[in-house]
Write a protein that binds this ligand. Structure first.
Ligand SMILES: [Zn+2]
Length: 260
């Protein structure tokens, strides 16, 4: 029996994020030699992501992470929501990209990519703000040589347009007993208790955590399972995600944090 694997994914990494809450995870990564997945906003103009004073050496820090094997995903361009479009995954009715023309989306994605390239940290991985992207986004991303998306249903990587989607289902360590899970964390809103709980879980389950690169190559041992899991998680997922403080859930799910 295979065991579930996890990636630690952090959204909204910007110069003015809550560094005081992120630094413990950076230390954890050093301590356990565990590469993280971070969504870096190339040119953050979203005032809701301004939480602490700007970290002046931001790009040096990001380059340092890349050097330690972290996955640096491009998290939009400016992180400003300009349409009420929920995109393909339909998780939130707001988008920086979905609903815009190919030209508009291509321009934003290219401008973001150029900033990351200039800083020497671009990787072919995209993380859509609010998980909202459409078929046009996928086309523009592929035309800009992006290869991976950190989003999607199911528990195994699959093709979405010309990209490979590495699924992201939960914001916690929920799992179905197999497959790969991206635990999606927003540093700016994590409480002290959340931070302690997550760090405790990672330390206890270090062997279950893998890099984004490894996750992208995980395959289902049984044919049909990957497709079935995508179907099973496509709709209940939306409802589940809306539940705050997910504590009780269906019997098919188990929270690893509570396991021995
Ligand atoms: Zn975001």
């Amino acid at each position: 029996m295979t065991v579930p694997k996890f990636i630690l994914r952090f959204d909204d990494v910007t110069p003015q994020m809550a560094w005081s809450r992120f630094n413990p995870f950076d230390e954890l990564s050093l301590d356990l030699d565990l590469p993280l997945l971070v969504g870096v906003v190339p040119n953050c103009l979203d005032p809701t992501l301004v939480v602490e004073p700007a970290h002046e050496a931001f790009w040096d820090t990001v380059r340092g992470w890349a050097g330690r094997g972290w996955c640096i995903a491009q998290h939009g361009y400016t992180h400003q929501y300009v349409t009420p479009d929920a995109g393909i995954l339909r998780l939130a009715s707001r988008s920086e990209l979905a609903g815009l023309s190919y030209e508009e989306q291509f321009f934003k994605l290219q401008a973001g990519k150029q900033i990351l390239l200039d800083q020497g940290v671009w990787q072919p991985v995209f993380m859509a703000p609010s998980h909202s992207f459409d078929a046009v986004t996928l086309r523009a991303l592929a035309d800009l040589d992006f290869k991976y998306l950190t989003d999607g249903c199911g528990v195994y990587p699959y093709a979405m347009g010309r990209l490979t989607a590495v699924p992201q289902l939960f914001a916690s360590a929920l799992h179905f007993g197999f497959g790969v899970y991206s635990i999606c964390l927003h540093v700016n809103t994590l409480s002290e208790t959340d931070i302690e709980r997550i760090i405790g879980f990672v330390r206890k389950n270090r062997s279950r955590f893998i890099s984004f690169e490894e996750a992208a190559s995980v395959k289902s041992a049984l044919p049909g399972v990957a497709t079935a899991m995508r179907f099973l998680t496509s709709t209940p997922l939306r409802a589940m995600r809306r539940l705050r403080g997910l504590k009780s859930h269906g019997s098919a799910l188990c929270e690893v944090a509570g396991e021995r």
